[in-house]
Design a binder for this molecule. Sequence first.
Ligand code: AMP
Ligand code: MG
Length: 409
Amino acid sequence: MTPKAPMLSVQEALGFLLTAARPVTETQVVPTLEGTGRVLAADQRSQLDVPPMDNTQMDGYAVRSADCVSGNASLRVAQRIPAGHVGQPLEAGTAARIFTGALIPEGADAVVMQEQCSFDQASGLVTISHTPQSGEWIRRAGEDIRAGSTILPAGTRLRAQELGLLASVGLASLPVFRRLRVAVFFTGDELTMPGEPLKPGAIYNSNRFMLRGLLDHLGCDVTDLGNVPDSLDATREALRQAASGHDLIVTSGGVSVGEEDHVKPAVEAEGRLNLWQIAIKPGKPLAFGEVGQGERPAFFVGLPGNPVSSFVTFLLFVRPFILALQGAQPSNPPRFPMRADFSWPKADRRNEFLRVRINEQQGLSLFPNQSSGVLTSTVWGDGLVDNPPGQTIAPGDTVHFIPFSELLY
Ligand code: AMP
Ligand code: MG
């Protein structure tokens, strides 16, 4: 595709990426405790009811509700049942002292919370100043999960809450897809690592830190080949190294068509380049292709060098692409309708993603400098306004807001 080809829309480019994605197929078994960020390779079923048996939600007294209809019943406390212990069948006219999580003894059908009871040590009687409904404060067996049910489907990416759910049915280990192997490098003669002095004309390589953070967050195995000078040979050499043993290569910089932009010809020499211009701002140039020969060439995504462009295009394109490669279900991030408390008088023919913050009036404020080099906007902002091509914004207009939290978990 030449740079003069019509620009792809954001949705077209994303669709193209997701169609091209070949998910990882190799699986492994990991301890549930180490499952954070992994993707389930098979449906997970529960072998048991959760909770396994009826138990109490409160500290109090387990009773037969029929014994308490007077509203002022006096019952002999015949037993004590802490959590983790099994009581005796509850005889009529007696109560069991019971503690949160303990099994309801046979015969009891309600729990009265201790605040509604008074126990007399001398007589061993408890007075119940409440008329419980049958079932009150009882968590029923299977009320969370039924034995035999599927609790999570294959393709689920595991967050803290999924791991808790899997552990609650007793699963000690999980079948997951292997981690995605991602190689990264950064083009630009100007790039310097923090910790080194800045020479005239140089800048620190911020993309390296940002992209590493994003890839770590997505649970990728990252090989970082570091800074690569602006030369065709060096870029080709880096691509060859990156292609070996990796599923995906992500780079930043050098994807425009200037004399110092070597990524396009380098990828064309070492593989295939499929995609070039997207109607998106920030981030118009985005290179997509494959590098290497054989069964499994590595996918290649070349992000623009400008840090905000890199960040936004990663979130909108690379993140869903990675999720698809990992075997997960990449869902479209939700766009919430919100009020713009700013004006954006100049329409752009590209789909803009503006950095905004939720203000105290529950509207959106715009970061004053929307330049693609100003990383401060990404830290100041709570998310992006997805502004369609050709659209101006006046204060009070409803816009589509994507919180960073939907793009960064
Ligand atoms: P390029 O896409 O290579 O034309 O770079 C566009 C702009 O982004 C230039 O101002 C570069 O100096 C800057 N840039 C490129 N790579 C990085 C990086 N890794 N970290 C920070 N800025 C970068
Ligand atoms: Mg450059």
